[in-house]
Write a protein of this length. Structure first.
Length: 383
C-alpha cells in the first residue's frame, strides 16, 4: 500500500514537472523546484528520468550574476510526430506536426467522404505520409481526427452531412497502424485550439459555420461535451418553429438559416441564379447587390439570435466565430454586435477566429499531446 502510494505520488510529480517544462520552459531545476514546491532532490531524480527517456533535454545555461549558471531544460518536441486530420464532407486536410503542434505541414485531398471507402482512404494517406517522415525516437505517437458530427467514446454517433455514424474509424485505424487514434467533433477541437494556442479564456465558446453549424464549449478551462457528447449542437437550436426542414428531423433549426449551403441556397432563390459560391456571394455583397445584401442581413440576424441564446445560457468570457463569411467580410462583426443586446456587448468579447480552418487540426494535436503525455493543462498562448 505504501509502495503503491509512493509510486502514485512520484508519477503525479513527474507529470507536474513535464507539464511545467512544456508550458513554462525553458527552466532550470531550481526554478522548477521553486515553482512546484518540491525538494531539489525530488526534482533532480524526476528530471534525470525524463532526460533518460528523451522527453526533455538540457539546452544551455541561464544568465545569472552570481555562482554557477543553472542549466536550462526544454521539452524535446522534435522527438516525435502527430498526425491530425479534418475529415470534411468534400475535402480532407491532413497535418503533420511535432509534439507541441509546431513545424506544421499541410496536405489537402479533395474528394467526397463516402462511407464504404473512408477507412481505406484514411489508411492510404496516413501511410503515405508516415513513409516520408525522418526517423525520431518516438515516431508518430498519435492521430487525431476532427469529425463534422457528434462523437462519444471515440465513435461517431451522429453525422448529418455525411454517412459515417457508427463506422469504426478509430478502432480500424488503430488495428492497422498500431498508433492511438482519437476522434472529436470539429467545433470542440477548434475551441480547444483557440484556448491552447491563442487565448487562455476560462470560459469560451467557438462557433463553427461551414457545411453544418456547431459550437465548442469551454467551461472552467475544460471542454464541455454534455450527455453522450451532444453538447454544442448549436446548429440544431430551433429559431423558427415550423420552419425549414432539417436532416436531424426537426424544423426551423439554425443550421438551415446560417450554414454555408443554406445561405447559398437562399441567395440563389433571391437572385435567380442556378449556381453560386461563397466567393460569388462575397463579391456581390461588396458590389451592393440587393439579393446579397438581403441574404447577409438575414445571416447576421439569425446568427445574432443564436449567439444571444448561447450567451444567456453559458455567460462566456469570449465567443469566437469561424466562418468563411465573417473571415471574408469582417465588416459583418459590428453588424452582428449591433443586433445583440447592450448587456452582451458590455460583458462578452465577440471575435473572428484567427486560426480558421487550421483550428480543427491544432485542436486535434492538442488532444493527441494531452493523451500521449497524460497532461491536462497545456497553454501555448504567447509562445
Amino acid at each position: 500500500m505504501v509502495t503503491g502510494s509512493k509510486e502514485l505520488i512520484r508519477e503525479m510529480n513527474r507529470k507536474l514537472v513535464l507539464e511545467t517544462v512544456i508550458n513554462d520552459g525553458p527552466l532550470s531545476r531550481a526554478a522548477i523546484s521553486k515553482k512546484l514546491g518540491l525538494t531539489k532532490a525530488t526534482i533532480s531524480a524526476i528530471v534525470q528520468d525524463l532526460l533518460d527517456e528523451q522527453y526533455i533535454e538540457e539546452i544551455g545555461s541561464d544568465q545569472t550574476q552570481y555562482g554557477r549558471k543553472p542549466i536550462l531544460l526544454s521539452f524535446c518536441r522534435q522527438n516525435g510526430y502527430l498526425i491530425t486530420l479534418d475529415l470534411g464532407v468534400e475535402r480532407t486536410v491532413l497535418m503533420i506536426c511535432d509534439l507541441l503542434g509546431q513545424n506544421c505541414r499541410l496536405h489537402q485531398y479533395n474528394r467526397m467522404t463516402e462511407r464504404e471507402n473512408t477507412v481505406d482512404f484514411l489508411l492510404q494517406i496516413i501511410r503515405d505520409q508516415i513513409r516520408l517522415l525522418p526517423s525520431t525516437p518516438f515516431g508518430v505517437v498519435g492521430i487525431g481526427i476532427g469529425i463534422h458530427g457528434t462523437v462519444f467514446h471515440n465513435e461517431i454517433t451522429f453525422s448529418p452531412n455525411y454517412d459515417l455514424a457508427r463506422l469504426p474509424i478509430a478502432s480500424e485505424l488503430e488495428k492497422e497502424l498500431q498508433i492511438p487514434v482519437w476522434l472529436e467533433n470539429e467545433a470542440n477541437l477548434s475551441a480547444l485550439a483557440e484556448k491552447t494556442f491563442v487565448e487562455n479564456h476560462k470560459n469560451l465558446i467557438h462557433i463553427s459555420i461551414h457545411a453544418g453549424v456547431g459550437a465548442g464549449i469551454i467551461l472552467e478551462h475544460h471542454l464541455y461535451t454534455g450527455h453522450a457528447g451532444t453538447a454544442g449542437e448549436f446548429g440544431h437550436m430551433i429559431v423558427q418553429p415550423g420552419g425549414r426542414p432539417c436532416p436531424c428531423g426537426n424544423q426551423g433549426c439554425l443550421e438551415q438559416y446560417i450554414s454555408e449551403p443554406a445561405v447559398l441556397s437562399r441567395y440563389q432563390e433571391l437572385s435567380g441564379l442556378a449556381k453560386s459560391s461563397i466567393d460569388d456571394l462575397v463579391w456581390r455583397y461588396n458590389q451592393k447587390d440587393s439579393a446579397a445584401l438581403t441574404v447577409m442581413d438575414e445571416f447576421t440576424t439569425y446568427l445574432a439570435c443564436g449567439i444571444n441564446n448561447l450567451w444567456n445560457l453559458f455567460s462566456p468570457d469570449c465567443i469566437i466565430l469561424n466562418s468563411q463569411l465573417t473571415a471574408y467580410l469582417p465588416s459583418l462583426l459590428p453588424e452582428i454586435r449591433e443586433k445583440l443586446s447592450s448587456r452582451f456587448r458590455s460583458t462578452c468579447q465577440l471575435k473572428i477566429s484567427t486560426l480558421q480552418d487550421t483550428g480543427v487540426l491544432l485542436g486535434a494535436a492538442r488532444i493527441c499531446i494531452g493523451n500521449y503525455l497524460g497532461i491536462e493543462k497545456l497553454c501555448f498562448y504567447g509562445s
